[in-house]
Write a protein that binds this ligand. Structure first.
Ligand code: ASP
Ligand code: MG
Length: 446
């Protein structure tokens, strides 16, 4: 058995679902269990409709709801199913507009419709393509606590249900499940959090003992650098889970590794594949580390960060300085990414600056603060980095005249990160890429 998960863009239209059917058909011998996201941007639209309904925009909300219904109708041709679901949904939206309140539980009720519909639609397309497909309602097999909008799976119950229902069905049929949606022990609908379909795929894979989990998306896999910064990157064929996680923290958007932990814990490989180019072998994420002659596996970037240089006014022997600084970030609910410290100065990078004014006002009560805007983090990831002498020298040689600030080894020590001015980002990444990826280990890079 394998799990094949298709994201929103892979099922965004009838044509896209036809492609998915062909991909699944060519892999029937591996007994696929299919997990699908909502079609295209449906989840965003449902949430916008719900928020509109409680803000006194009932008619606009219903108008958008009808557009979404027409879209599903047009792409699927499944009149009865679509009508039934949208009937229920419009009752919910009308109820919300009367109440004027949106609880996490009602958010889950509304956002569940995307995957409820897409999974039924995909099942029907599969059947039309001659695939012996069967729909399983994910809310009947994925059991969670009641933390609505980001519920946690109750693993032993869930795994028992998956083993009981999905495993026997998957022997001679293609099971199709909606991702993201689940229910509590008492049957109240929940969701696993935005982007939760990858999580569903991992949970299902772990629960049925799949030999592999395939995450089908719209890119060829992980690359040696961010293609929007420098397009000359190569595909990474194999990467360890630890390295993939490190890359995700620093901006790589292909997959959030936390979502595949259930699979990694059971040693199940996770593949990233492109549903528009199924012939490309993608990226394989493994729990074990991967030997390679290349020290660096990939260069991640975070564009547009803000650096604060915070200097103590008391200069020396002042204990409690770090505590006071971090209390300010905590109070202002602002998270800090990188930190570097010297005797009297602490530098931090911030991703989000909505509450910067409050942060600055609080910090300036006991310190001097400089703000550097338009900065970028560059982060080189590879498990061999800490064991290899001379990496730093190669980085600085490649950077040449570009100034690198806040150089730090990640806590995992499989990365080296630093900050550059955003105007230098492309040049820096290109030079580093030439330094570390001119010679490629063919076993690891495509
Ligand atoms: N449809 C959900 C979302 O957009 C889950 C997913 O696609 O993974 O967040
Ligand atoms: Mg996704």
């Amino acid at each position: 058995m394998i799990v094949m998960k298709f994201g929103g863009t892979s099922v965004e239209s009838a044509a896209a679902i036809e492609r998915v059917a062909e991909i699944v058909k060519s892999r029937l011998d591996r007994k696929p269990v299919v997990v699908v996201s909502a079609m295209g941007k449906t989840t965003n639209k449902l949430l916008a409709i719900a928020h509109g309904a409680i803000s006194g925009e009932r008619d606009q909300a219903l108008g958008k709801l009808f557009e979404l219904r027409d879209f599903h109708l047009r792409e699927s041709g499944m009149e009865r199913t679509v009508e039934q679901h949208f009937q229920e949904l419009s009752e919910l939206i009308k109820g919300l507009s009367v109440l004027g309140e949106l609880t996490p539980r009602s958010i889950d009720a509304i956002s569940s419709f995307g995957e409820r519909l897409s999974s039924l639609i995909v099942t029907s397309f599969f059947q039309k393509h001659g695939i012996h497909a069967v729909h399983v309602d994910a809310r009947k097999v994925i059991v969670t606590d009641n933390r609505h909008t980001h519920a946690n799976p109750l693993y032993s119950e869930t795994y028992a249900k998956l083993a009981e229902t999905v495993v026997p069905l998957a022997q001679d049929r293609v099971v199709v499940l909606g991702g993201f949606i689940a229910a509590t022990n008492t049957g109240i609908g929940t969701t696993l959090g935005r982007g939760g379909s990858d999580f569903t795929a991992a949970i299902v894979g772990a629960g049925i003992g799949a030999e592999e989990i395939q995450i089908w998306t719209d890119v060829d896999g992980m690359l040696t650098c961010d293609p929007t910064v420098y397009p000359g990157g190569h595909r990474v064929k194999r990467i360890s889970f630890a390295e993939a996680a490190e890359l995700a923290y620093f901006g790589a958007k292909v997959l959030h590794p936390a979502t595949v932990i259930p699979a990694i814990e059971k040693n199940i490989p996770v593949l990233i594949l492109n549903s528009r180019r199924p012939q490309v072998e993608g990226t394989r994420i493994l729990s074990a580390s991967i030997a390679s002659t290349n020290i660096v596996k990939s260069i991640a970037c975070k564009k547009k960060v803000t650096v604060l240089n915070i200097r103590s006014l008391r200069m020396f022997l002042a204990h409690g300085f770090l505590r006071r600084i971090f209390e300010v970030f905590d109070r202002n609910e602002t998270s800090v990414d990188m930190v570097s410290t010297s005797e009297v100065t602490v530098s931090v990078t911030l991703d989000e600056t909505q509450r910067l004014a409050g942060v600055l006002a609080d910090l300036r009560e006991f310190s001097d603060v400089d703000v550097l805007e338009d900065q970028s983090i560059i982060c080189l990831v590879g498990e061999k980095i800490p064991m290899t002498a001379g990496v730093g020298a190669r980085i600085f040689k490649a950077l040449g005249p570009i100034n690198a600030r806040m150089v730090s080894e990640g806590a995992s020590s499989m990365n080296i990160g630093f900050v550059v001015d955003s105007k230098d980002l492309t040049q820096a990444v290109q030079s580093l890429h030439e330094e570390f990826f001119t010679e490629l280990d063919p076993a690891v890079f495509g």
